[in-house]
Design a protein around this ligand. Sequence first.
Ligand code: SF4
Length: 350
Amino acid sequence: MIDYLFEKIEREQELNKEDLCRLLALENPQELETLYNMADKIRKKYVRDEVHLRGLIEFSNHCRNNCLYCGIRRDNTKLVRYRMDLDEIVDTAVLAQKLGYKTVVLQSGEDPCYTVDKLEYLIKSIKARADVAITLSIGERPREEYKRLYEAGADRFLMRFETSNRALYHKLHPDSSFDRRMESLKWLREIGYQVGSGTMVGLPGQTIADIAEDILKFKELDLDMVGVGPYICHNDTPLAGSANGDVEMTLKVIALTRIVTRDSHIPATTALATLRPADGREKALQCGANVVMPNTTPMKYRAHYALYPAKICINEKAEQCSACIHRRIFSIGRPVSRDYGHSLKRKISV
Ligand code: SF4
């Protein structure tokens, strides 16, 4: 049966939910190696060897929402909250460009303090001072605001749906709805953004069938970017005491996401590297991933952007993160891209 599935992958035939469930259940080391090698081959064919670096700027850890798994959720009173001012964010983006990053990812909790006017100013100021693509990761906003931010110069938008299981989605996200999230992703696409989304692997209550559905959803949404990381339990949340997601399962999901979506950009996530610091990013890059997001947030804020505990790279300066990431990428024989790393799915005018 597994040989039959490997043949299907080799012939680039579509995998259905049952196929994905069987492949996600693989545990035999040789079969896993075959799966990862196949994903790596497809990665090479569709997105080449270059690894794209996106400088991550976590500019505010305030959030109006209360997602059950998240360390910066509204009700976590133990967290020290911060907001970067606009000029500090622009200076950080300029530093990211100096480090060679061709994209900055502006990420925050859902923080209404950054009004659309302020964000427009921010995007225009960054574009005036740095030759970078801008990805926003700021959560749900009205359609009109997404449009204004796109017109101000934002290129991409990341918003994960975390799970395609509606009941689980609603349990984990008391302030959002699955339909609203899907509608937001649709708006972003219509407006012209390159759209990224993704999921968490190992969420309490998630099944293998749910994960198979997640992968099919990536394909259905025709995502330009797909981020997949393991769930990591934060003890200052209602899910305290739950088990972390599994690293091997996360690698299987990355591999199958590459096999199913072919030319999406797929990051080797920090969450994966947190659970496997020695070589988590390298492993992900060798089974389908082609993007890394080095942390460029100023040092004084990093520890406070605690989506989950024990996050790596909170004590290294941006320059040190850059050197470390370059070393890791070169160690597996891959080059670092020098272009913007726009979507390969559609024509992007630069
Ligand atoms: S996951 Fe995002 S929206 Fe939810 S609480 Fe955390 S930062 Fe806020």
